[in-house]
Design a protein around this ligand. Structure first.
Ligand code: FES
Ligand code: FES
Length: 154
């Protein structure tokens, strides 16, 4: 199967009905994408396909043929990652890659409601969400003030 993975053209031989989550972790050795529920309920396995956040545990590998897949390893999300650390938005960390991938779909300076909606499918059992919202808000505002690709916090 040929597709774009984190900006590189790749050709991965895997059964078309395997879960994208498993192909990413086991065949592509990209273990930043986590498995929580395995049933589409927790968001831990969120990746971007053609820029849209999807739960990779529910995506058959066949569906990425010719498409653009981005995982936390290729997310270019340094500002978000740093803000999650600064605000203690990550504790056990299982939800964190999925949270960051879901947050990538938000525009600059999102409202609390926009953040809640974008992360509605992402569950965190540790933080109570407040620290996550603070981290995303700070990172997004900082990105708006600086050129794309330039780390702007810290
Ligand atoms: S592991 Fe995919 S949504 Fe929970
Ligand atoms: S930090 Fe533990 S589930 Fe979110």
């Amino acid at each position: 199967m040929q597709f774009t993975l984190n900006g590189r053209e790749v050709d991965v031989a895997a059964h078309p009905m395997r879960r994208l989550l498993d192909v990413l972790r086991e065949d592509c050795e990209l273990t930043g994408t986590k498995e929580g529920c395995g049933e589409g309920e927790c968001g831990a396995c969120t990746v971007l396909i053609d820029g849209q956040a999807v739960v990779s545990c529910l995506v058959p590998f066949a569906q990425v043929d010719g498409r653009d897949v981005r995982t936390i390893e290729g997310a270019d999300a340094q500002a978000l990652q740093r803000a999650f650390m600064d605000h203690v938005g990550a504790q056990c960390g299982i939800c964190t890659p999925g949270m960051i991938m879901a947050a990538m779909s938000l525009g600059p300076d999102p409202t609390r409601k926009q953040m809640q909606e974008a992360l509605a499918g992402n569950l965190c059992r540790c933080t109570g969400y407040e620290a996550i919202y603070r981290a995303i808000g700070e990172a997004k505002r900082a990105n708006r003030r600086t050129p794309l690709g330039v780390e702007s916090i810290g």
